[in-house]
Design a protein around this ligand. Sequence first.
Ligand code: MLT
Length: 402
Amino acid sequence: MPIAEIDLPVYPDECDAFGHLNQASFLTLFERARWEMLLRGPGMDVFTRNGAWPAVRKAAIDYHAAAFPGDVLRFYLALTHHGRTSFTMRQTARRVRDDALVATAEFVFVCLNRDGRPTPVPREFSEFMTSPQRGTADTRRYTINGVNLAVEVQGTGPAILFVHGYPHDHRIWAHPVATLDGYRRIAPDLRGMGQSDAPDLGYSMETYAGDLAALLDTLGVDEAVLCGLSMGGYVALEFVRRWRRRVRGLVLMDTRAEADSAEAKRARDVAAGTAREDGAAAIADAMLPRMLSGTTHADSPGIVEEVREMMAASPVAGIVGALGAMRDRQDATDLLPGLAGLPTLVVVGADDLLTPPAEAQAIVAAVPGARLAVIPGAGHLPPVERPAETTAVLRDFLLELP
Ligand code: MLT
């Protein structure tokens, strides 16, 4: 969730001969939005007061649409990484008039003292940026294994832990999280995704699963139903490998148990290069056609755009980290026969091109007692493309748990 929303008008002197907001002005407006945010929070002098100057170390801006004099741009600001002396902010600019996405940017800052040496990020600033009140009423922030994670928690009752895929965030679970009354629904953004911190290094299936176990500890949850989609399924399988005792039921959605083939591993490295060179939007554009079903593409342009934006807003460090984690993940097929006795539901979109129904059938065949649910009309993201049908299948499974 954004920490702040700041509206700024575009002035004629900021535009080029054709009226477009020019590149230098984009940088200026992004910076002005940050100062405005401080003005409304700990004060514009929070850094000078603390003898720490936030020096920009890296700035990456993706331009999506032109902006003209008189347009009012709404800047959304979010913290995606917070270290001892550095932090990363993601900023998005949308035109207020039609909500068009105009630009997205990521800025990495290092705090320097008067001698130009790295110095800790001022505590007042950190508290302002990471305070739980910064999220929405239902999104909380927890520091887990040294990384600040954004987590949506709703309801009371037996716990369900929802694990999103790549490059997504917890919002893919919006429908079941909003509607599965009678359960405590826990939906984190994995490290590097959504509004969670995106450290440069330290991504693996073991780390993601370890974050989830530590999150459950923090929330006082001993046992949960684990529901993972795609990469979230890889994480769920790793979690089961290590903490099976804590898993009351398992839902594997649009995922697979095998490790990457040599060709798939090479494709991960190519994608990481694309993300580094061309940013998250290039990854989103490349994945979108195969991410959703033909029906969704034809009938639901709003969903298509939401998913594209979610992917395009993923931090590059998190994308690169997830690609490495997926490339290096263990094969989990050996685990499946041993899951006898663990209630397991396998769900797949009938038109999933990324992890087709055959992958789901292979898991069902290998896990004794597992059941299969195929969601018609859905591609790789059933909870987004066919939310009511997907939640109904989940509810039936939950109601049958011993
Ligand atoms: C996902 O949706 O998490 C990814 O498509 C999984 C993958 O690339 O293996």
